[in-house]
Every structure is written in C-alpha cells, then in structure tokens.
Design a protein around this ligand. Structure first.
Ligand code: SF4
Length: 303
C-alpha cells in the first residue's frame, strides 16, 4: 500500500479489530437505557457508577498539550503537541494492549505534573471523551493541529506531534482512515513509542512522515532485537546514570537528551539504533526486568 511505504504490515484490517475491541470495552457502551436518557447536555453522560461526566468544555478547551509542559518534550528541537490519556487499564479501558507488568509499574504517567490530581482528572476526562465521542475527539484534535501547524508554517517551521504520550493506540491511522489527515498542513511530522512490533519503523501515511520507536519491556526483548535487525529504533530503560555504549551490538544514544530525537536518527537495515533511557521516579526501584541492570557498559547483553 502506497501509504505505508517503508513498513507495509499495518493495514486498515489490522487496525480495525483493535478499535472495535476498545469500543467494546469502554465504560459507557453497556449503559442502561434509562441512564442514556439521563444525558443532560450534548456532551454529558452518566457512567455505570452513576457519576456524571460533562465534556462540553472541550468544545472550546484544548485536548492536546504543549510539549513544553513536560521536561523532556520541552527540550525538543521542534515545537511539539502531545496527547495525554490515562494509560493501560487505569480508566477502565485498556489503552496499552501490550503493556507489561513492569512498564505499567514504571509508567511515567504519574511522573512530574502527572502526580497532580487536577492533571490526572484532566487525563481521565480526555480518555472518557475519546471513548464516548470518538468522532468529535478526532475532529477536535485535527482542528488544534491544523491551527498550530498553520501558525508555524508561516514561520517556515515544522510541528512535531506525539499522539500517544501515555497510551498505545492507532491515532494517526484513525485520522488517516477518517480522512482527517487530508485537512492538515504538510509541515507536521508524527512520532510515537509503541509495543506493537508491526507498527515500529518509519513510514509515510497520508503524505505525512510517521516515525515509531519500539519500546522494550521484560517480555518482548526478542521482538526488540528483530526490530533493530530490520533497521528500526528501540527504546530501552537502564538503571543508573551511565548508559551502555551498545546493547546487543546496537549503538545506544542518549534518549534523555530530547523526546523528538528519533526523528533525526535515520537508522539503516541491519543497523538499528537503541534509544537509551535512564530509569526515573518509581522506575528506579522496578525489579520485574523492565529496567535493565547491565552486565557490561561497553556492550550490555541483558535481554
Ligand atoms: S505501554 Fe507505555 S504508556 Fe502504556 S503503561 Fe506501558 S509505559 Fe505506560
């Protein structure tokens, strides 16, 4: 398929079952009729527990966050927009289908500003908004991206977009399938981290560059090596302040430098690149194997 030029594996048919599964599990889908009728406004709903959620503020308020609200994306060389939802099953819906126990325990979701109750609630609200009003949600983020990219385009600048700040969903693919990518100016580049091996790599989608780094966990080390062999990028979390020079013979670069680094690495087939990250916050004490304790700092070979 023309739109998936580099790695042709992800197709409309591979994406649809995942979206269907997400819909099937969302907390509003089995809402009793009486509660559905109790909806009090265009964007308000009562959930199974009887709690009312009013999303109407998102008709005006932004869904996407600015990159400078996060320490690492603030270091990006490109202006960045990022989407934060609640990861894994924390909203009652699984947004990270392939998350491991170790990565859930170490997830940066609660790091930095993410520890504040108002930030957590905002992320929950966005998550429920997406579950219940998917079309509105996708159209709204498209509008926000178009506005920012148009502004930057006048200055000859590019907008970097990470739609899975704390989730692992096929957002870019959904925007493409719904025809929304065609509404965006072309000075946008998308990037993401994923645990879906078939999604890792670089491709063109709807005319946009999309770079996806595979995220290594305690249960997918072999897949990580396959991605590297195919010339992909893999993120690996190491304990301690000093990163190894190589991981299984693949060059390690300092991923803490900035979040959009993957856009500038351009690895080649057989010569993948490792984005090395230092364990931070609660990940420092992680013991399931998500964080690697290296056997050697010259060529670490702990899978
Ligand atoms: S897959 Fe990523 S976002 Fe999801 S729980 Fe694991 S580390 Fe967090």
């Amino acid at each position: 398929m023309e739109h998936y030029a580099t790695l042709p594996i992800i197709t409309k048919f591979a994406i649809m079952p995942r979206i269907t599964e997400i819909r099937k599990n969302h907390p509003f889908v089995a809402m009793p009729k009486v509660q559905k009728e109790y909806a009090t406004a265009k964007f308000a709903y009562i959930d199974r527990k009887g709690q009312e959620w009013d999303f109407s503020r998102y008709e005006k308020a932004n869904i996407l966050s600015n990159g400078d609200t996060n320490t690492k994306t603030a270091k990006n060389t490109r202006k960045t927009k990022i989407l934060y939802l609640v990861p894994a099953t924390k909203s009652g819906v699984n947004y990270c289908e392939k998350a491991s126990k170790g990565c859930i325990a170490s997830c940066l979701f609660s790091a930095g500003r993410g520890a504040f109750v108002n930030v957590i609630n905002a992320r929950k609200n966005r998550s429920y908004l997406y579950n219940q009003f998917e079309d509105f949600f996708l159209q709204k983020i498209t509008k926000e991206l178009a506005k920012e990219a148009t502004k930057l385009g006048k200055q000859g600048k590019v907008l970097a977009v990470r739609l899975n700040g704390t989730s692992d969903l096929p957002f870019v693919e959904m925007l493409y399938m719904k025809g929304l990518l065609s509404e965006l100016p072309k000075n946008i580049v998308f990037y993401d981290y994923t645990k879906h091996k078939e999604k890792a790599g670089e491709r063109k989608i709807g005319g946009f560059r999309y770079v996806v780094t595979f995220s290594r966990s305690e249960d997918n080390g072999k897949e990580a090596l396959q991605v590297l062999d195919q010339g992909g990028i893999v993120a690996v979390v190491f304990r301690g302040q000093t990163l190894p020079k190589y991981w299984f013979g693949y060059k390690v670069v300092d991923g803490d430098e900035r979040d959009d680094l993957m856009l500038d690495l351009n690895p080649r087939k057989g010569n993948g690149i490792v984005i090395g990250l230092r364990a931070k916050g609660q990940a420092k004490g992680e013991v399931r194997g998500f964080v690697i304790d290296c056997d050697s700092l010259s060529d670490c070979r702990v899978l």
